[in-house]
Design a protein around this ligand. Structure first.
Ligand SMILES: Nc1ncnc2c1ncn2[C@@H]1O[C@H](COP(=O)(O)OP(=O)(O)OP(=O)(O)O)[C@@H](O)[C@H]1O
Length: 778
């Protein structure tokens, strides 16, 4: 490694005072430029208005003369281009103004000193780029190729990717800043990757109502997720609090920058675990100057596609599962959620012998009967796929519909209807078309009148409302061979399915297979506009669901993030490694699996305790931020509520955001009521499935809604023998890892689950009768 004299000409000075001077200079430049940009925007706007006005006038003046009209046409084109240019100019200036405003209080967060064949340079990195009068970069956008060095490189020789291939430089210094309102409040030199000092500083702060961007402190392994532009399927398995969500969001910002000429935020789709989470993350992209991607939840997505049917949500299923899942139900559910089952659906869709057609009716009378449809279907060549036969039925019926329209056009009711038409109604029917003869016009209007009346038939054909997909799926269930349960149990399940459908209800496990079947048979359901799909909490998605999402967005690369240890919904019935099952469901995609094992959210003490709850430690390392030990507090049942009030008040006095986390929504609702009666001054707020944002104060919520969120302090409610069984380690792990700084477990006695961690000295307890038993052993 070359030894570099940092004070040599080429690098900028390194003293804090010199750095502050540079910050001041950059901010001065920002202020001047902001002033100029405002003037330029005003000028550009006036220009746009002027061109638009004169464009109007020039058309008015010359339009009467034929020759002039042609001339005007050319002039109009020219004017249009001028308006477009002027508007574009305004937009460019507007964008610059936004970047400058964002940079003004804190122009950058990093500096790298690099040596390349052209010499030595100090480069500064921020959330956007800006240049000086000579076009020299004062700040580089964190997504620029050279900025990769800041995140990836250790000091010494490093390479970074550019559009033209890899480049090699020597990294001589890496420095991090915290700049607030133009003043450097902290400055660290990092010898390795982004140093711990800055991260300590950031993570030690109180949590916020909304997630913040992490661009100043992205870690090396997170960077490789963010900057991956080649994988079609990127799977990130990461410990709780390891920055998966953070990485996904910075990745969106990175992709929008990297592919800025071909990609827009409305081509990116994010599946969030719930609406509240969507609100929680909604500020990250705007803080980086990007628009938010489209956001949805699994429930919303499924309900939209199963119009008119209430699809069971993960939450509903979880609440029911709390009473126990019978073994046969668990086995059938796991089977229906497997890739193998989806493949069986595909196989069936290819060769379905009979389709469950339904009559298309008009005004209460059958227009096309299901028998006719079945006849056309069976007339198709045997070797044809079911989907092609279905398409042939649709095409034939469309042709017949057109024929019926032509024939019907000469019937008496049409004559009567036409007699009463006004001029403007006729124009609406002919859509401004010119006709050679009056007779042609009459025929056209007559057909349009009939077409309007027959429109529902057209819609039914167009939207595939002539197949009963739910009955078709029942037919699939009836012929499906499986070995997960007895034929009788399977048949009973199939009958229960049909009873549910009659009541417009559907179990979650059937939702994706039915959609898949429908899409494969009818050739519909694909959205080609979406270029990338991001799924947070992938452990909540079965391989079947993921396969369907992939089918629905065939042009999209997929980024899946999750934590197999936070399988709150599946812990009661799933076995095996979900990540492996997911990767196996997509054998044809170029895929990459990455792991994030460093947990950043919680203090070391909380992370160590939470990790001890897992059956085997998957290699999670706590980030070295010290805090207080998690506590277990036991109290007799009669005193538990009082203790809760007391502890919640204490924690609130220390922290702005405290959560009480229950097992179920019902418990959360009941507890909030009680708290508000007992201690109204605590202002406990219930967060339920309809909540759209997380607030500040004392919040009460069930564990499954807490996923993905974080709080300064968490109280895990009723962690005792009665409420936490030996298999509930993953649930308690999820609860525990929501806490950044303090964790308190409240219960009436010690669940078996806690014996391990307690004896390992990872939990302290209060002076209860159990204290001696619970005291950390040495
Ligand atoms: N490189 C980083 N710099 C600063 N903060 C970070 C970094 N990585 C993660 N964090 C912070 O750690 C916390 C946890 O991150 P995040 O929510 O993305 O984790 P996660 O893996 O999605 O967690 P979970 O699975 O528990 O929902 C957040 O507050 C995030 O801002």
């Amino acid at each position: 490694m070359t030894v570099i004299d940092h004070t040599e000409a080429g690098f900028l000075p390194i003293s804090r005072a010199a750095e502050q001077l540079r910050v001041d200079a950059v901010r001065n430049r920002i202020a001047t430029r902001l002033h100029d940009v405002a003037t330029e925007i005003e000028r550009a706007h006036k220009e746009t208005t002027r061109i638009e006005r004169s464009y109007g006038e020039s058309t008015k003046v010359n339009i009467t003369e034929i020759d002039d009209a042609m001339e005007t046409n050319a002039a109009v084109q020219q004017q249009k281009q001028m308006v477009a240019r002027s508007v574009e100019n305004e937009q460019i200036l507007g964008r610059e103004q936004k970047v400058l405003r964002r940079l003004q209080p804190s122009p950058y967060f990093g500096r790298i000193d690099v040596v390349d064949p052209d010499g030595k340079e100090s480069l500064y990195i921020g959330t956007g780029s800006m240049q000086d009068e000579d076009g020299e970069f004062l700040v580089y956008d964190w997504r620029a190729p050279i900025a990769g060095v800041y995140y990836n490189g250790v000091l010494g020789p490093v390479t970074y990717d550019t559009p033209g291939g890899k480049r090699r430089v020597e990294l001589a210094r890496k420095r991090q800043f915290r700049i607030q309102k133009g003043k450097i409040t902290n400055l660290f030199d990092a010898s390795e990757t982004i140093g711990d000092a800055m991260l300590q500083d950031v993570l030690g702060q109180e949590s916020g109502e909304q997630m913040q961007n992490i661009v100043a402190t992205i870690q090396r392994e997170q960077n490789s997720i963010i900057r991956d532009t080649t994988s079609q399927l990127l799977i990130v398995q990461g410990a709780a609090g390891s920055g998966k969500t953070a990485a996904i969001l910075q990745r969106v910002a990175y992709l929008l920058y990297h592919d800025r000429h071909s990609l827009t935020s409305d081509q990116l789709l994010m599946f969030s675990p719930n609406r509240m989470f969507a609100g929680y993350i909604s500020e990250v992209l705007p803080s980086l100057g990007e628009k938010n991607m489209i956001q949805t939840t699994l429930s919303e997505f499924l309900e939209l596609r199963h119009a008119g049917i209430a699809v069971q949500s993960l939450f509903e299923r979880y609440e029911i599962d709390q009473d126990g899942v019978p073994a046969a139900t668990a086995a059938m559910r796991a089977h229906k959620e497997s890739a193998a089952y989806m493949n069986a659906v595909r196989e069936y869709a290819l060769h379905a012998p009979h389709l469950h057609f339904i009559d298309i009716e008009l005004d209460g009378r059958v227009f096309f009967s299901k028998e006719t449809m079945a006849k056309i279907y069976h007339e198709q060549p045997q070797a044809m796929s079911a989907a092609d036969k279905f398409a042939a039925v649709r095409k034939t019926l469309m042709r017949r519909l057109n024929l019926r329209i032509k024939m019907e056009a000469s019937s008496d009711w049409v004559d009567d209807a036409m007699a009463g038409l006004t001029e403007s109604q006729v124009r609406r029917y002919t859509k401004g078309e010119q006709f050679a003869t009056g007779e042609d016009e009459v025929t056209a209007v007559a057909r349009a009148v009939v077409a309007e009346k027959f429109a529902p038939v057209y819609t039914a054909l167009y939207d595939d409302y002539f197949i009963d997909i739910y009955a078709q799926y029942r037919a699939f269930l009836d012929q499906h061979e499986q070995d997960v349960t007895t034929p009788d149990v399977w048949a009973e399940m199939a009958r229960a399915y049909s009873r549910d459908v009659e009541r417009h209800k559907l179990l979650l496990a059937d939702a994706a297979p039915i959609l898949y079947l429908r899409d494969l048979l009818t050739g519909s359901g694909e959205n080609h506009a979406v270029k990338a799909v991001f799924i947070d909490e992938m452990q909540d998605y079965s391989p079947a669901l993921l396969m369907y999402v992939h089918h629905a967005f065939p042009n999209a690369n997929m980024t899946l993030l999750g934590d197999r240890e936070q399988d709150v919904f599946g812990s009661s019935y799933k076995h095996g490694d979900a990540t492996a099952a997911i990767a196996a469901a997509f054998p044809r995609l170029r895929s990459r699996v990455l792991e994030l094992n460093r947990a950043y959210r919680s203090s070391r003490q909380i992370t160590d305790f939470a990790t001890a709850l897992l059956p085997k430690n998957p290699g999670i390392q706590a980030f070295s931020r010290d805090g207080v030990m998690p506590r277990l507090e036991l109290a007799p049942r009669s005193q538990l509520n009082q203790r809760l009030v007391q502890r919640a008040a204490e924690l609130r006095a220390r922290h702005p955001r405290v959560a009480i986390i229950t097992r179920s929504a019902k418990e959360a609702a009941g507890l909030t009521l009680q708290l508000n009666e007992q201690a109204p001054e605590l202002k406990a707020q219930l967060l339920d499935a309809n909540a759209t944002g997380v607030g500040t104060g004392l919040m009460v919520l069930p564990v499954y809604l807490a996923k993905g969120l974080e709080f300064d302090a968490c109280i895990a409610w009723q962690v005792d023998q009665e409420h936490y069984g030996p298999k509930d380690g993953l649930i308690l792990y999820t609860v525990a890892t929501r806490a950044q700084h303090e964790l308190l477990l409240l219960g009436t006695d010690t669940p078996d689950l806690l014996q391990g961690p307690i004896h390992a000295g990872l939990l302290v307890t209060n002076g209860t009768p159990d204290a001696a038993k619970l005291a950390p052993s040495d």
